[in-house]
Each structure stands twice: as C-alpha cells, then as structure tokens.
Ligand binder design. Structure first.
Ligand code: ATR
Length: 284
C-alpha cells in the first residue's frame, strides 16, 4: 500500500505552548484542500540554528519562527525578501531549489488587517508607533508601502527610537519618519492611526497616554491581543476613541501570507479570525 507523503510545517519559538499557528494553518489547509502536518517546536536558546536546520534536513517544508528567534532566523540564510531585510527579522522560512529562504509577513499581515478587514485608510495617514523593538521595526516599511505619509516613533528609551529611525532610513529608504521621546507626546498633534508595538500589553502595563495624540476618528490598534481589551485599548477608550482593534486579525493575516508563500494559494481569513475570536474571548 502506498503511503501519502504529508508535507511537514511547524512553528518554532520559546515558549511555544500557547502558539495559535497550528490551528490557524490547519484551518487554512482544510479550506484550500491541502493535507499538511503543522506542529509546535519548543526551540532551545542555545540551539535554535541547529534545530531549524535539522527540521529542513529531515524534509520539513516550511517553518514559522516566533519570539525570541526572529532575528536569528534571518541570519540563517542570505536568501531573504526585502521586507525581511527591512524588518531585520524573519518569521517565515521555506525550502526551495537554492536552499532555505526567509521572509517576514508580520508587517503585511498588519496592513491587510487594517485595510481589508477594518477599512482603515492608510493612504496619506499620519501614524504614531509606540515602541522601537522588533515588533515596531517589522511594520514600518509595509506601512509606508501601503501609503502612510508620515510616521513618528516614540519609545520609552529615546535613543532606541533614534537608532531605529536612522537605520531604517538607510536600509529601506523609509522617508518622513522621526523619533520622539515619551515626554514629548503631550506636545504632538493628533494621529490617524496609533499603533501599540510595545510589549506593555503582554505585561498588563498602563501606558498613560495623553489625549492630544488621538483625533475624534483615530484608530487605536494594539499589535498584542488577549481575552479582554488590552490596557492600551482601554486607555484609548477612556480618552474617547471608538475605533479600537487588537492584533488578532494581524496574527491570522501574517499566517495567511506565510501560507501563500509556501503553497501558492491565499486562504480565506475572515472566518478563521471569527472562529479564533470566539475561542479566545469567553462568552459574556
Ligand atoms: P518586541 O520584539 O516585541 O518589539 P522588544 O524588542 O523587547 O520586544 O521591545 C519591547 C518594546 O516595548 C520596547 O520599545 C520597550 O521600550 P524600551 O526600549 O524603552 O525598553 C517597550 N516597552 C515595554 N514595556 C513598556 C512600558 N511599560 N512602557 C513603555 N514602553 C514599554
């Protein structure tokens, strides 16, 4: 009897137990009629490179990479997309005729969620990004590509925001971008879109944002997500903002972009976002 060879995919990170990627890719596989295996790999801090390479040597077809290995994933190969280079990190690895390639689908996932799912107008938008870590860096070039006209990066540690702006100006010719310090926030005008790319949501920390950064019709978007409104979104809501979104849609959209890079087909995402939302948010 012939056994069908099932293509193997996985997500590697540390910790990895709570990753939603297996159920998202399983749903995509069903809706596109593909038979795949997608598992979680608990990566080890000293051994990530060896583990990722072994996965491909053993016949793996594609690997998603999550915290804290995204920068190291990019360094695994010289064949990478421009968006991965600009992000300085990779969340998607694949195997082609020339070996392993790297891509970063986080930024485009955010843009798709904003534009296609939420109807946010990015053309000509003024965007404020809170945070200057890996998450912030990954979304800058895709936001400009989607038409954002100017971008401000504010970070608790100002020097880090300055470094990010200077570096991306060179690597990605990202224009109209400036850094500001947290204490300057109260002097700024309102923004069309305010993105929380700090890790404050994960830690449940309150950012204490001033109301002048929000316009009446601003969007407040948190790259993080949880069972209830994140502290950043609560902060925005208390200041009168009604257009609020967490990053669950981005999570599914970045996965769809990885799926397309591997399988050449774009899966439907709305139903998957809805299903995930209903499983994450307990009914009231
Ligand atoms: P990630 O890869 O998720 O971006 P990171 O590189 O560790 O993670 O960056 C975390 C970001 O959240 C940083 O911009 C950090 O600010 P500092 O550079 O000053 O540390 C920011 N951050 C975390 N907690 C914060 C808080 N309570 N208030 C403001 N910024 C915070």
């Amino acid at each position: 009897m012939e056994t069908e060879l099932i293509a193997r995919y996985a997500v590697i990170g540390h910790p990895i137990t709570h990753s939603r990627s297996p159920e998202i890719h399983a749903a995509f596989a069903v809706s596109t009629g593909r038979n795949i295996r997608y598992e979680r790999i608990e990566g080890s801090l000293p051994g990530f490179e060896e583990e990722a390479l072994r996965f491909f040597e053993e016949g793996g077809s594609g690997l998603n990479v999550t915290l804290p290995f995204k920068e190291r994933a990019l360094a695994l190969t010289s064949r990478c997309t421009e968006r991965a280079l600009c992000a300085g990190a990779a969340n998607t690895l694949g195997f082609g005729p020339e070996g392993i390639w790297a891509d970063n689908t986080d930024g485009v996932g955010l843009v798709r969620d904003l534009v296609n799912n939420l109807g946010v107008e990015l053309q000509g938008a003024d965007v404020l990004i809170l945070g200057a870590g890996g998450a912030a860096r990954g979304v800058i070039q895709p936001l400009f590509e989607a038409g954002a006209s100017a971008l401000w990066v504010v970070n608790r540690t100002r020097a880090r925001a300055e470094r990010l702006v200077a570096e991306l100006g060179v690597v990605c010719a990202a224009k109209s971008m400036q850094s500001v310090s947290w204490s300057d926030l109260s002097t700024l005008q309102g923004f069309n879109l305010i993105l929380n790319a700090t890790s404050s949501s994960v830690n449940g920390e309150w950012l204490g944002l001033p109301d002048n950064i929000f316009l009446k019709d601003s969007w407040a978007y948190d790259l993080g997500y949880g069972q209830s409104l994140t502290p950043f979104l609560q902060n925005a809501q208390q200041l009168g903002v009604t257009r609020l979104s967490d990053g669950l849609g981005m999570l599914v959209e970045q996965a769809a972009e990885s799926f397309q890079a591997w399988h050449g087909v774009r899966p439907e995402t709305r139903g998957v976002i809805g299903g995930l939302r209903s499983r994450i948010t307990p009914p009231v």
